[in-house]
Write a protein that binds this ligand. Structure first.
Ligand SMILES: Cc1cc2nc3c(=O)[nH]c(=O)nc-3n(C[C@H](O)[C@H](O)[C@H](O)COP(=O)(O)O)c2cc1C
Length: 184
């Protein structure tokens, strides 16, 4: 069982990385082959709307992310983590999400035969966990449309300093449980 976890934070080893890694750690304890990736640090470019993926499987860009496609189609689960930037996902996360276009057929049905589970997690400076809930749910709906079984989004709040999430052991434990539920 393979689980890909993407952290869309530009800050290495900060809150979003730690949150995604906690979800992956939970998946790993349940037996998954959990792989952590950071779009910021990958050779990864934005979708260029060449539409090659409308008629073919995978992506024609030819960067590091393109090479993942055979495995991404077969992945059992995904984790996508993003910091909230200007009330939305970060640019790095948006680049990743746009690059998921190959999961759709030209008629917008999904090419994902397995309906992989997807854990969506956010970190935010705002202390109110309900503040961005409509946006998180909107994002979850978009990912459901792509063919994922999206679990209820998880958010870490008040995470300004890069390691602020470490003061929230219950949240990190919740993240590990979320990871286990991706596998079990
Ligand atoms: C450009 C930028 C925009 C941000 N916008 C918001 C925002 O709209 N709402 C919010 O609650 N926090 C906002 N934040 C704070 C981050 O969401 C928060 O610190 C997050 O945990 C950072 O993730 P990281 O620790 O993985 O880098 C912003 C931070 C930056 C750098």
């Amino acid at each position: 069982m393979v689980v890909f976890g993407f952290s869309g934070s530009p800050r290495q080893n900060a809150n979003t990385d730690r949150l995604v890694r906690a979800v992956l750690a939970g998946a790993a304890t349940a037996g998954a082959d959990a792989r952590f990736l950071r779009p910021q640090d990958m050779d990864m470019r934005p979708c260029r709307a060449c539409m090659w993926c409308r008629e073919n499987r995978g992506c024609a860009i030819g960067d590091e992310f393109s090479l993942l496609w055979p495995e991404l189609y077969e992945a059992d689960a995904l984790v996508i983590g993003s910091p909230v930037y200007m009330w939305q996902m970060s640019a790095q996360t948006k680049m990743l999400v746009d690059r998921l276009y190959p999961v759709l057929n030209p008629d917008f049905s999904s090419r994902l035969a397995k309906k992989p589970k997807l854990a969506l997690c956010f970190t935010q400076g705002h202390p109110d966990g309900d503040f961005f809930k409509p946006y998180f749910e909107h994002t979850a709906q978009m990912l459901r449309f792509l063919g994922f079984e999206v679990l209820p989004p998880l958010a870490a709040v008040g995470t300004r300093a890069p390691d602020a999430i470490e003061a929230q052991p219950e949240l990190l434990e919740k993240a590990r449980r979320l990871g286990r539920s991706l596998v079990e």
